[in-house]
Design a protein around this ligand. Structure first.
Ligand SMILES: NC(=O)c1ccc[n+]([C@@H]2O[C@H](COP(=O)([O-])OP(=O)(O)OC[C@H]3O[C@@H](n4cnc5c(N)ncnc54)[C@H](OP(=O)(O)O)[C@@H]3O)[C@@H](O)[C@H]2O)c1
Length: 240
């Protein structure tokens, strides 16, 4: 039977690369985004891999918007085999200028939305299914001016470890990929001087391409034993 994966933030960057990878492996897909403008990945996945793809609007800043996903799965009597919790937000602010509203938004989007998404998805995840988070090197190696982001990603890493106990009775595994510097819009918007500084600390002297980390997602989705792990892929950042 065809397997189904749901990917949050699957329209761009890492999420899009994971969507292509899982479609290539034969998964049908539901991808979410905060805007349903990105028809291009949907059409391309359909054409290239002949998989069913649906795109849903669910804003990670609005926990209520999980209802859209819940409603769609219910209406179409669908069950999931993989849940990739990838979408996240950041605000780059100096500590002195930090705004309490933006701090809370970051926690809502990166921690609270995922927790309550998992809670809702318990009704839909098949036994044997896998949850894979996109964490971050910034959870482990503090960097730059995104304090709330680093702290929320550390919470994500802790969540992955803590959730094993709760998910095991459902026969669901949970793991995480923690990328370092992947060349998506997220990084492309950084000033050239900062990008150069980062590149100088990477063994390959370049940012990672999104498709270079999709092996890890595939492994975590498909391997039945690995559970509660954080796989760091950071190009040996700070090796020098
Ligand atoms: N790039 C890196 O170097 C790096 C490193 C470590 C971790 N990460 C993590 O990787 C994940 C993906 O980042 P990326 O680099 O692939 O970024 P990206 O290219 O900007 O893609 C972000 C994705 O998330 C969606 N998204 C953004 N805001 C959203 C919202 N409010 N509600 C729902 N969806 C939303 C976007 O949809 P739209 O296109 O519709 O906005 C897009 O599909 C994030 O968890 C990030 O923390 C990235």
């Amino acid at each position: 039977m065809t397997k189904l994966a749901l990917i949050t933030g699957g329209t761009n960057g890492i999420g899009k690369a994971v969507a292509y990878r899982l479609a290539k492996e034969g998964f049908d897909l539901i991808i979410t985004s905060n805007e349903i403008l990105a028809e291009e990945p949907v059409l391309e996945i359909r054409n290239l891999f002949h998989r069913r793809v649906n795109i849903l609007k669910s804003d990670i800043l609005d926990i209520d918007s999980i209802k859209t996903i819940d409603g769609f799965l219910n209406e179409n009597k669908l069950k999931l085999d993989a849940l990739i919790i990838n979408a996240a937000i950041t605000y780059r602010q100096e500590f002195e200028d930090m705004d309490v509203g933006l701090w809370k938004n970051t926690f809502d989007a990166n921690v609270h939305y995922p927790v309550f998404l998992i809670q809702k998805m318990l009704n839909f995840l098949n036994p044997g299914s896998a949850i894979v988070f996109t964490g971050s090197l910034m959870a482990i190696h503090p960097h730059s001016v995104s304090l709330a982001y680093g702290v929320t990603k550390a919470a994500v890493h802790a969540l992955v470890k803590n959730m094993v106990k709760f998910l095991t009775p459902y026969k669901i595994r949970i793991n995480c990929v923690a990328p370092g510097f992947v060349d998506t819009d997220w990084q492309k918007t950084k000033p050239e001087e900062i990008r150069k500084h980062i590149e100088n600390k990477l063994a390959e002297n370049r940012f990672c391409r999104p498709e270079e980390i999709t092996d890890a997602y595939s492994f975590l989705v498909n391997n039945n034993y690995v559970n509660g792990e954080i796989i760091v892929i950071d190009g040996a950042y700070s090796y020098r």
